[in-house]
Design a protein around this ligand. Sequence first.
Ligand SMILES: C[S@@+](CC[C@H](N)C(=O)[O-])C[C@H]1O[C@@H](n2cnc3c(N)ncnc32)[C@H](O)[C@@H]1O
Length: 204
Amino acid sequence: MYRRPLVTALDRLGLREGWTCVDVGAGGGDVSVALAEIVGHDGRIYAVDSDPARRDEVAKAAAQHAQVVALTQAGEDLVLPESVDLAFCRFLLLHVVDPLTVLKRMARAVRLGGWVVAQEPITSAGRVAGEPMSMPDALHPDIGALLPAVVRQAGLDIVDAWGESPAGVGGAVGDYLEAMTGVDPGDDPVVLPPLVTVVARRPA
Ligand SMILES: C[S@@+](CC[C@H](N)C(=O)[O-])C[C@H]1O[C@@H](n2cnc3c(N)ncnc32)[C@H](O)[C@@H]1O
């Protein structure tokens, strides 16, 4: 469902073959695999997650991509063996105690002039049958609404920022919502939480 905002962001920053990247909060590896497909075998993707169980998931998802290296590390303690061209996170900052700390570590992980891209939701702007959505388990469910400010506070130069939201009645959007929440929205109209994307650079 959220592949389109990912593709838009990668087009916007011009991700190319041979880049080195880190995907922080890699989860099941959806973003890591998408990055690996573009950077090819001359590039490298560090798939970082604080949950050790995710390392096996990423390894499985990225079995065809030897350039993906899965690491167990908290974003707050991010340390990589090399400076990278791009640090990326999606659906991560809503779950961390202090999003600014993680963004600062991501900024430090990229080379001078390198890229930081964050994609985070405004959960309460999502709607089912016109009613706002909520995510009680998340520490910052609406972090997307603050994202440009937090990225700037991390010392990064914002190149572009926008919001994007899948919507529909039944079909793929309904199936996605049911998979995420266990509740079938039936024929109720659904607007999934908009994902705010911020594309930024570390000052050279
Ligand atoms: C909702 S999943 C997002 C997965 C993936 N980025 C995506 O968009 O498909 C959030 C992931 O962040 C990880 N996570 C949570 N807090 C973290 C932290 N402080 N540092 C690194 N990873 C963290 C979780 O273990 C989980 O795998």
